[in-house]
Write a protein that binds this ligand. Structure first.
Ligand code: CA
Length: 231
C-alpha cells in the first residue's frame, strides 16, 4: 500500500505544490487547513507521516505537534515540520516538541521527498515485528517498546532512534558526528553536544542502581553499546 501523507498547511498554493510532488512519487495525500482538522484527520485516517506547517491559524504547528504526541492514536506518527528560513530557534523548539525532522521553506521537491523517505525508513522497520536484543535489553520495533529484563523503559523519539542504531551495531564505536548523520540525518543542523544530552537521557532511562551501564563512552572517539562497559 502506498504511504499516506497528511499535509497540514493553510496556504493553498503550497498544498498544491506538495500534493503534486508527493503524488508523483507514489504517495497518497490528505489535506488539513488548520490544527483542529489535522487532529481529527490524523486520528481517523492514521497517516504514515504528517507534514506540518509551523504557521497555521488557530493552533500553531508546534501545538499541533505536541497534541499529536500526547494523543494515544497519533503519538508515534512521524512529523516533519515546515518552517520559514532562518527561524533557528523555531527549529529547536519544533524538534523539542516531538517533530522528527523539519524542512525549511522554500524547499526543493527532491529534498522534501528524500526527507520524507528517510523519516519513514527510520519510523518503519523493514522487518516488521522484529525484536532487537542485546544483553538483558529488548527493543520491539513494531510495538515501539523497550524493556530491560522485566522493566519497561520509556524513551523519547530521539533516544529510541539512538538506541535502535546502537542495537543494530552492537559494540561498534560511533563518533558524535556519525551519530548525528545516521540518527538525526545528514542535513539536519544540530550541535555535536546535543548528542551528549540525548546519550545522557538514554543512559538515565536504561540504567538504574542494579544495572550495568550499557553505553560505553570512548574518550575523544564517541559512544558504543557495550554490556561489559561497567564491569
Ligand atoms: Ca502557513
Amino acid at each position: 500500500m502506498k504511504p499516506l501523507i497528511l499535509i497540514v498547511e493553510d496556504e493553498a498554493p503550497i498544498t498544491t505544490l506538495l500534493r503534486y510532488n508527493l503524488e508523483r512519487e507514489g504517495f497518497r495525500v490528505l489535506e488539513a487547513v488548520d490544527g483542529e482538522e489535522a487532529m481529527l484527520l490524523a486520528a481517523e485516517s492514521k497517516p504514515d507521516l504528517v507534514l506540518l506547517d509551523w504557521m497555521l491559524p488557530l493552533l500553531s504547528g508546534i501545538e499541533v505537534c505536541r497534541r499529536l504526541r500526547r494523543a494515544p492514536a497519533t503519538k508515534n506518527v512521524p512529523v516533519i515540520m515546515l518552517t520559514a528560513r532562518g527561524e533557528e530557534g523555531d527549529r529547536v523548539r519544533g524538534l523539542n516538541s516531538g517533530a522528527d525532522d523539519y524542512i525549511t521553506k522554500p524547499f526543493s521537491p527532491s529534498e522534501l521527498i528524500a526527507r520524507i523517505r528517510a523519516v519513514l525508513r527510520r519510523a518503519r522497520p523493514s522487518g516488521g515485528d522484529e525484536i532487537l536484543r542485546y544483553g538483558d535489553l529488548a527493543m520491539d520495533l513494531a510495538a515501539h517498546r523497550v524493556k530491560r529484563g522485566n522493566r519497561g523503559i520509556h524513551l523519547g523519539p530521539t533516544e529510541f532512534r539512538l538506541l535502535r542504531h546502537f542495537l543494530e551495531h552492537p559494540g561498534r564505536v560511533f563518533s558524535r558526528e556519525q551519530l548525528l548523520d545516521t540518527v538525526w540525518g545528514p542535513d539536519v543542523y544540530v550541535e555535536p553536544r546535543t548528542v551528549d544530552v540525548h546519550i545522557r537521557r538514554l543512559r538515565k532511562a536504561l540504567n538504574n542502581d542494579s544495572n550495568d551501564d550499557l553505553i560505553r563512552t570512548v574518550r575523544s572517539a564517541g559512544y558504543a553499546l557495550d554490556v561489559g562497559a561497567a564491569t
